[in-house]
Design a protein around this ligand. Structure first.
Ligand SMILES: [Mg+2]
Length: 224
């Protein structure tokens, strides 16, 4: 059975810096940081790697207790941040997922740098959670390629799935594309995040769309 692995932020939804705002709140309210420093690149990274860098930049000892405390506070703050800042499901997403969900020869899953729990919160907030059978989050891997390898191993172990048999990664950053290529998946790039067509093509995407609104063409490509 073919598996489609969707990224979340910039691919399915935009969240108006929800995560950034929640992280700022954790730093100031839970760790007493007067002026939170978030001068880091967010796009395409795993939360595992982001949180470690955030702790470092804000002079918080990267102990297991601080790391888990940060995650616990972050997941508690995210729902309020989502409610406050809004965001939106990107064009074509609902229709595409609905049509893909009618097929019994493929599985829609999420492979994201978000922690599994915050990925679940975001998908639930935007009414997308029921479209996905599995969520692979960035809880354990600093490098997104390692997340992809773990995902591929899981699919093989749990479902007898051979990644070369038709896994497709859909994402908005060069990191999504690199991790898809790393596991020999086919990769669809979408320009609804911060990267343009040229960048995603150069990163090695097999196909790039400006967004997912051309549902018919994208559906045919994903299911062919
Ligand atoms: Mg993304």
């Amino acid at each position: 059975m073919k598996t489609l692995l969707f990224d979340i932020d910039g691919t399915l939804i935009i969240t108006n810096d929800t995560g950034t705002r929640a992280i700022e709140a954790v730093l100031s309210e839970n760790f007493g940081v007067a002026t939170p420093n978030l001068d880091i690149k967010f796009g395409g990274r795993t939360d595992n790697s982001l949180i470690k860098e955030v702790l470092h930049l804000n002079a918080i000892i990267p102990s297991e207790a601080n790391y888990s405390g940060f995650i616990e506070a972050y997941r508690k703050k995210l729902p309020a941040s989502l409610n406050e800042l809004g965001g939106a499901v990107l064009p074509g997403v609902l229709e595409l997922l609905r049509r893909l969900g009618e097929r019994d020869d493929l599985r829609c899953a999420v492979m994201t740098g978000n922690l599994k729990e915050t990925a679940t919160q975001k998908l639930r907030h935007f009414g997308l959670l029921d479209h996905f059978d599995l969520i692979f989050g960035g809880d354990f891997d600093e490098d997104r390629r390692h997340l992809a390898r773990r995902t591929a191993l899981f699919l093989r172990g749990a479902h007898g799935h051979q990644v070369g048999d038709g896994t497709i990664v859909i994402g908005d950053t060069p990191a999504d594309i690199a991790c898809g290529l790393d596991i020999n998946a086919t990769v669809l790039g979408v320009c609804t995040g911060n990267f343009d067509r040229q960048t995603l093509t150069q990163a090695g995407a097999h196909l790039v769309h400006s967004d997912l609104s051309d549902v018919e063409a994208i559906y045919r490509w994903l299911t062919s």
